[in-house]
Design a binder for this molecule. Structure first.
Ligand code: DGL
Length: 268
């Protein structure tokens, strides 16, 4: 049967860790009836400190195996790092609709009044030519200040385990952007890593009043809904998550996952 005609075929949401849950939250609002499998490549976390070749090979290989096994109706790469590096390649090799995640520079450029935009992403994301192209296309005439903040990835993971995210990591990320030339004028910050909206409250305190945060989660969910328009959905069992770290205990995340409607966890 064509997978788009199987009403139980899931949407596969993929990230290196829990960041993709920020996309899942928006997807729930638009398509509450859509069955979802959430996959976290926890054995590969973090992606942001890896090379382009490592990330591309890992993501393409893993998504190839997962689509064979899970027969999703759509794959969402809910990770800016993987998307900015491997989206084109994955689209070429997989015969399933793929929705990616790219830094929300366009809405940020429309929102800024000072003309100075901060961008927080992983180290791998901020150096991508994909980001250069977005800046050129949508933020010409504005100033885009980029900072790679690997510690925020772990801080977001910790928060979802129910721990207090490292306040120093948050202060450091905000301070790094503020101390760049033009940094004091930042009025809009792009959260260009799906983990970072999980820390929006903490980042808002660190940046101080007058700063807006933008990220792509709602737009990505809308794009998924557009691609799936007219399809039927049947949820045959509760939504679940898979992780790549064999034997890893996700018990610490269970409460957070349940808040996103993820009721079981298994291994890839
Ligand atoms: N959530 C991922 C992103 O959107 C990256 C986290 C990582 O470094 O693995 O970029």
């Amino acid at each position: 049967m064509d997978r788009t005609q199987d009403p139980a075929a899931p949407v596969l949401l993929f990230d290196s860790g829990v960041g993709g849950l920020t996309v899942l939250a928006e997807l729930r609002r638009l398509l509450p009836q859509a069955p979802v499998v959430y996959v976290a490549d926890t054995a590969g976390l973090p992606y942001g400190t890896k090379t382009e070749a490592q990330i591309a090979a890992r993501v393409a290989g893993l998504l190839g195996r997962l689509t064979e096994r899970l027969k999703p109706r759509l794959v969402c790469i809910a990770c800016n790092t993987a998307s900015t590096i491997a989206l084109g390649m994955v689209r070429e090799v997989l015969e399933v609709p793929i929705v990616g995640t790219v830094p929300a520079i366009k809405p940020a450029a429309a929102l800024t009044r000072s003309g100075v935009i901060g961008l927080l992403g992983t180290q791998a994301t901020i150096r991508q030519s994909y980001v250069d192209r977005l800046e050129h296309e949508f933020a010409a005439g504005k100033r885009l200040l980029r900072h790679g903040a690997p510690d925020l990835v772990e801080a977001a993971e910790a928060k979802l385990r129910g721990e207090t995210p490292d306040p120093q990591a948050i202060a450091f990320a905000a301070g790094a952007l503020r101390s760049m030339p033009g940094g004091p004028d930042i009025d809009t910050v792009v959260l260009a890593c799906t983990h970072f909206p999980l820390l929006e409250d903490e980042l808002a305190v660190a940046f101080g009043t007058g700063v807006n945060f933008v990220h792509g989660a709602a737009g990505i969910a809308r794009q998924i809904a557009r691609v799936l328009e007219g399809q039927e959905f049947v949820r045959k069992h509760p939504d679940y998550a898979l992780t790549t770290r064999q034997g890893a205990s996700w018990a610490a995340y269970a409460r957070a996952l349940a808040g996103y409607g993820i009721e079981g966890v298994g291994a890839v």
